[in-house]
Write a protein that binds this ligand. Structure first.
Ligand code: FES
Ligand code: FES
Length: 150
């Protein structure tokens, strides 16, 4: 079957199987920033934005996104590079496997909550796990990045 989406601002059509998850579709069509970390809805590295909301692409059937807007890191490269600089400065950037999903979540947080409290920041990114860096450095980087955008 075929679905039509807006991917990173451009109309695209994808050939999919009825039981295919969006993660598989995106990787099949070369959106390799979208990672598979657990295939079980627990790690957050497969996060993409669907109509602006962060979602786990490993748990969304591709057929469900027909007609929707999908954003991956490939569509937000400049902003993600900017966010990455803050991660580098705080020593929060280790293997980098979690970075793309987390960057999309930070992008959505910034759009959705103006002046978030520390608790709101932590709650928003709670689904993006990192096995290397610990969360304190990441939290400091996110906070500094959000403050610099005001
Ligand atoms: S691969 Fe989707 S949450 Fe881990
Ligand atoms: S930096 Fe390695 S998983 Fe987060």
């Amino acid at each position: 079957m075929k679905i039509a989406v807006i991917l990173n601002g451009h109309p695209r059509s994808f050939e999919i199987k009825p039981n295919e998850y969006l993660l598989e579709t995106l990787r099949k069509y070369n959106m390799t920033s979208v990672k598979n970390g657990c295939d079980g809805s627990t790690c957050g590295v497969c996060t993409v934005l669907i109509d602006g909301k962060p979602m786990l692409s490993c748990s969304v059937l591709a057929a469900r996104v027909d007609g929707k807007e999908i954003t991956t890191v490939e569509g937000l490269q400049e902003e993600v590079d900017h966010i990455s600089n803050y991660f580098g400065d705080e020593g929060a950037d280790q293997c980098g496997f979690c970075n793309t999903g987390l960057a999309l979540t930070i992008h959505a947080l910034q759009k959705e909550i103006k002046n978030p409290t520390d608790e709101q920041i932590k709650d928003y990114v709670v689904g993006n796990l990192c096995r290397c860096s610990g969360y304190h450095a990441q939290f400091k980087a996110i906070k500094r990045y959000l403050e610099a955008q005001k």
